[in-house]
Design a protein around this ligand. Structure first.
Ligand SMILES: Cc1cc2nc3c(=O)[nH]c(=O)nc-3n(C[C@H](O)[C@H](O)[C@H](O)COP(=O)(O)OP(=O)(O)OC[C@H]3O[C@@H](n4cnc5c(N)ncnc54)[C@H](O)[C@@H]3O)c2cc1C
Length: 387
């Protein structure tokens, strides 16, 4: 049985941990932020919208292949946890004409219907064009806590710890006294999201944050998602920010709805901007009047009649060129900055599987990312046994 250490307890790290347990690995998770830390802006996962909506124009990138593979698995999963993951109608909105056949996922999602505004039948928010289809939504913070409970029920050890170098992960005995008896780690899987930019030994300069600001509101009447499709294709780190708008109800009985949002590359500020919050609320009410709280007596309700629960910020762990799912061979003890590994490990040849850089799509790519990362892990561990 191979001992693997998984770095990160966001949606990617937790999904990998559970899948690795199914495949017969012995996983240990180390992370600075744990599933129960739902209020921490140290990781992206609790702050996601969250729906399946592709961002790549082409269906051929690694990201879109992960979108597709994950989508095909969500039907089964949603039957197990309908309060956390559910299929729902969505309307993409645009000022410009939309062509369903140009969307690589048209067939995958069971077909998209083009709609155009007319004087007798306007579209929400005065948009001229729309695409109606159906997708999946998650309750992100509760889904993360659910994954955390699954990890616990499988007795997968999970430790809160901030690492400053990748080397440290190969010396579990030094990191955590519970593992004092453990003299080797077969493989490390790096699912640290944004942490991959600064972790010594990874230091990926292509990793950058994209600040996402949202408003969580109570509006049980909202039954479908809306998204300004002009905003659904991610800008690069040097592009102008686009004033996005999306409305995503959460599955289950909470009656909560996430209103978004922003996509601000290289903005690390973890607090909401009141001007953006106001813009989001004003734009959202134009699209979905059901956002108004039921107790409102106002005959012409405005954004101030929406019941706000909280203003939120999450930093999407983006990567220029898309996600990285890759095996890397390394030699321990080569970095000069430290912390140093124990001398018995210096010069040891090891492997790391990277699984990070999922940007705005970590949920909708999580199941495929786990499958791919663990295929690489299995190949690596197998090759070690045969040599
Ligand atoms: C506003 C917003 C809306 C979004 N909407 C969607 C959506 O609709 N659909 C979708 O699929 N995705 C969406 N996302 C993106 C999604 O949230 C991310 O892609 C996903 O959460 C990334 O997961 P992750 O596990 O890779 O990283 P994270 O969740 O960031 O987890 C990283 C883990 O690594 C740990 N870590 C980092 N550095 C260190 C260190 N030095 N030492 C130890 N541990 C460390 C952290 O503590 C954490 O446990 C949205 C994100 C935001 C902010």
């Amino acid at each position: 049985m191979s001992h693997i250490v998984i770095l990160g307890a966001g949606v990617v790290g937790l999904t990998i941990a559970l899948e690795s347990h199914k495949r017969g690995f012995k996983p240990v998770i180390i992370a600075r932020d744990l599933p129960q830390d739902s209020d921490s802006t140290g990781f992206a996962s609790p702050w996601a919208g969250c729906l399946w909506h592709p961002f790549d124009h082409e269906g051929t990138t690694l990201g879109s292949q992960c979108d597709k593979e994950t989508f095909l698995k969500l039907g089964e999963l949603s039957k197990e946890i309908p309060d956390l993951l559910k299929r729902i109608d969505v309307v993409d909105l645009s000022k410009d004409p939309l062509n369903a056949n140009e969307m690589w996922y048209n067939e995958l999602v069971g077909g998209m219907r083009e709609v155009a505004a007319s004087s007798s039948k306007p579209l929400p928010g005065d948009f001229a064009h729309g695409l109606e289809w159906s997708t999946y939504i998650w309750d992100a913070p509760r889904y993360i806590r659910y994954l955390g409970e699954q990890v616990k029920s499988k007795h997968i050890p999970i430790f809160k710890k901030r690492l400053s170098s990748l080397d440290e992960a190969y010396d579990l005995a030094a990191l955590e006294s519970t593992f004092a008896h453990m003299d080797h780690v077969d493989l490390v899987i790096n699912a640290m999201g944004l942490g991959s930019r600064s972790l010594l030994g990874v230091e990926d300069p292509q990793v950058y944050p994209a600040k996402g600001q949202t408003v969580l509101v109570k509006a049980p009447g909202v039954e479908r998602c809306y998204m300004d499709i002009g905003s659904s294709f991610i800008p690069g780190p040097d592009d102008e920010p686009y004033p996005t708008i999306y409305i995503v109800p959460r599955p289950g009985t909470s009656g909560e709805v996430i209103l978004g949002g922003t996509f601000l590359p290289n903005d690390y500020t973890p607090f909401p901007d009141p001007a953006q919050a106001r813009r989001i609320l004003q734009s959202a009410i134009k699209i979905e009047p059901k956002l108004v709280k039921s107790s409102s007596a106002n005959k012409n309700p405005t954004w101030e009649d929406i019941e706000v629960i909280s203003h939120n910020v999450g930093l999407r762990p983006c990567r220029e060129g898309g996600p990285r799912i890759e095996l890397e061979h390394r030699v321990l003890g080569q970095g000069w900055l430290g912390p140093r590994v124990h001398e018995r490990l210096v010069g040891k040849k090891v492997g790391v599987v990277h699984a990070y850089g999922f940007g705005p799509a970590g949920y909708q790519q999580s199941l495929a990312a786990a499958r791919r990362a663990l295929d690489l892990a299995e190949d690596f561990c197998q090759s070690r046994k045969t040599h």
